[in-house]
Design a protein around this ligand. Structure first.
Ligand code: ATP
Ligand code: MG
Length: 643
């Protein structure tokens, strides 16, 4: 069979081990070459300035622009090719913008923002559903040197208000409403309330009216985008060339382990990192179509809906809707229709599909698709096998964080084709000097199969966070202080590396369970429980126990809820699941209880909120829940614990 991976001439001769080694040992030479993947208006003077660790500046003195690299530079060669494909199964719209059209729309948006008084370095907060104007707004900010701060659409007014106060935006771009599962979610009342709550007041609010929810306009503050766009129909707004370290955006982490952190990203390093990842990791080529099912409110949306694919000259699909509406075949129908070659989603979305009829996945011609990339949460073996078999395509797990902006661990098929191992996101990605550290001593663990904290030796490679927005001290304290005296960035994840260099993420460092002196990752127990055929999804937390220190507690969602319809059948199933864990991991890992719920508490980005479950189980305050998706899910846990 012909290899589905396309490799360039210069990398065909290189083994991944050599490629990786060079990225660490000859950092400057390596990244100097990668920097050729983007356009520079002015060449950089220095590859990396690491004179004030842990801060790193990449491509110092170079001038570039993210929007130029994502849009303008493609107009000449592929102006008529698809750039942005907008599909909404909520409003039944489908609209394609070529690179030339995208170029025009971004300039109209840029001119509108300039007219509202936005200047280079100003912040623009984007509180939008998944509509093309959201992409125009992000790209327009990059174009004029403004810093965007995208806040996930539908966040409640309190969370929005705190982000307004943190970003202090000159302008907020928003829309009348989003839509989810056919239900209109009005944004404007939430936004108005947030602005009332916030200490900082934006000068202007730019409103995109989708005609979904009528809204009140604040005189003198709210502007209508349709009118401004018309006024600037023929606008020509040149790109503002910025120094490589100029911040392109700020973005918050998911808030899974506590209060979200505001990540600040640069321009040049990010553009280079994304361009390189499109080539070496995703193997996407100009003229092809990329489909990421994430949302612009998350880092995957920034890197792999908007900037990455466009920088690579690919068309990108922007999808507004659910994965199972009108039916579970919707994504795959888009793969067929737009000949998607690279797809990116999350294990949590795959688990949603897993509960549906598997026939939906085989209805469409998926021959264009090379691979499905998954990230965001541990990919358990049953889910990975199910989706791999259903699609008949390689499934590529990749591990990273909002902070890093692009993968830390994966398989770089663009360099050397390598097999995946179930349960492992793969090896350290070029540029990342990944270490495993003993949690107690901070000593580096070099042997195979030792458990430790996943850390990265500084400097972080290009594209990673520059600092915490407006809080250098928090950046140093949060990420770089766990091992005193060492320049090591902690991921706060716990992992293991096997003899072949493949990593396995065992859970968050917060989620390590200590049962009678045995240290277990929640992930290991979850994986074992998920292998029981009745289980669709599970969360395991450690709960304080007088006798054992801690015990594991499991909350599972069943594929067929009827399996636990009454107490007797629930108890029988609980026993069966415990037996599975006993057999696979040993009795020490056996959860004290396995309880059944219809839905698990998650962040809006789809991550399990284990800390909230744990707090409820221990009768504590669950802390910051502003990023939680569905409060009813935590209530179910509370009810079970109370009985
Ligand atoms: P916060 O930092 O606010 O608590 P968060 O860590 O969930 O939230 P993100 O940056 O969205 O915010 O998520 C990154 C985290 O997601 C990683 O640190 C890791 O715990 C988890 N993760 C991401 N991808 C994978 C993967 N492929 N396998 C296992 N875990 C993953
Ligand atoms: Mg995190």
């Amino acid at each position: 069979m012909k290899s589905p991976w396309i490799r360039s001439k210069e990398t065909r001769m290189t083994s991944y081990a050599d490629f990786y080694r060079r990225s660490i040992d000859d950092r400057e030479g390596f990244w100097r070459e990668q920097a050729d993947l983007i356009d520079w208006q002015q060449p950089f003077e220095q590859v990396c300035d690491h004179s004030h660790p842990p801060f790193a500046r990449w491509f110092v003195g170079g001038a570039t622009n993210l929007c130029h690299n994502a849009v303008d530079r493609h107009v000449k060669e592929r102006g008529q090719q698809n750039a942005l494909i907008f599909v909404s199964t909520e409003t039944h719209q489908e609209r394609i913008y070529s690179f030339a059209e995208l170029h025009t729309e971004v300039q109209r948006m840029s001119a509108s923002l300039l007219a509202l008084g936005v200047k280079k370095g100003d912040r623009v907060l984007v509180y939008m559903p998944m509509i093309p104007e959201a992409a125009f707004a992000m790209l327009a900010c990059a174009r004029i040197g403004a810093i965007h701060s995208v806040v996930f659409g539908g966040f409640a007014s309190v969370s929005l208000a705190s982000r307004i106060d943190d970003a202090e935006p000159t302008v907020i771009v928003s829309a009348d409403a989003g839509s989810r599962g056919g239900k209109v979610v009005a944004y404007k009342p939430l936004l108005d309330e947030a602005i009332t709550l916030a200490a900082h007041k934006p000068k202007k609010v730019l409103m995109v009216d989708r005609g979904l929810a009528p809204f009140d306009r604040v005189e003198g503050r709210d502007e209508d985008y349709a009118a401004l766009r018309e006024q600037h129909r023929h606008a020509e707004v040149p790109c503002e060339w910025v120094e490589s370290s100029h911040p392109s955006y700020t973005l918050y982490t998911s808030g899974t382990t506590g209060k979200p952190k505001g990540v600040q990203r640069d321009t040049g390093g990010y553009a280079v990192a994304l361009a390189a990842s499109m080539k070496h990791i995703f193997c996407g080529r100009a003229g092809e179509t990329y489909f990421s099912t994430s949302d612009i409110g998350w880092v995957v949306g920034h890197s792999y809906i908007i900037y990455g694919p466009l920088i690579a000259g690919m068309a990108t699909i922007m999808y507004e809707g659910l994965p199972i509406r009108p039916d579970a075949a919707i994504w795959w129908s888009l793969v067929e229709k737009y000949k998607v070659t690279v797809m990116f989603s999350a294990p949590t979305a795959v688990r949603v599909l897993k509960k549906q009829d598997p026939a939906a996945l085989s209805k469409h011609d998926l021959s264009s698709l090379r691979a499905l990339f998954l990230a965001g949460e541990p990919l358990d073996e049953p889910t990975a096998k199910w989706i791999a078999q259903s699609l008949g395509k390689p499934i590529i797990d990749n591990y990273w964080q909002t902070e890093t902006g692009w993968p830390i661990l994966t398989i770089c098929n663009g360099i050397e084709q390598a097999p995946s191992k179930f349960g492992s996101p793969g090896k350290a990605v070029y540029g990342y000097d990944v270490k495993l550290l003993d949690e107690a001593t901070g000593e580096e663990l070099t042997g195979a199969n030792q458990k430790g904290v996943v850390a990265i030796a500084g400097p972080l490679p290009p594209g990673c966070m520059q600092t915490v927005w407006r809080d250098d001290a928090r950046f140093v304290k949060t990420y770089w202080s766990s091992i005193p005296g060492k320049q090591l960035y902690s991921t706060f994840d716990w992992g293991i590396r096997d003899e072949d260099g493949y990593f396995f993420i065992l859970g968050r460092t917060d989620d390590v369970i200590n049962v009678a002196g045995h240290r277990l990752g929640t992930r290991e127990i979850e994986e074992s429980i998920a292998s029981h055929p009745a289980v669709a999804e599970v969360a395991v937390v450690g709960v304080a126990d007088q006798l054992k220190g801690q015990v594991a507690m499991a909350f599972a969602v069943l594929r067929d809820p009827a399996r636990a319809a009454d107490d007797a059948s629930a108890m029988k199933l609980e026993g069966e699941i415990m037996k599975t864990v006993d057999e696979q991991l040993g009795a020490v890992a056996r959860p004290a209880r396995v309880r059944f719920v219809s839905v698990l508490p998650k962040t809006r980005s789809g991550k399990l909120l284990r800390r909230a479950i744990q707090a409820v189980c221990e009768g504590r305050d669950p802390g910051d829940l502003t990023t939680m998706e569905d409060p009813a899910a935590l209530q179910q846990v509370k009810d079970l614990v109370a009985h």
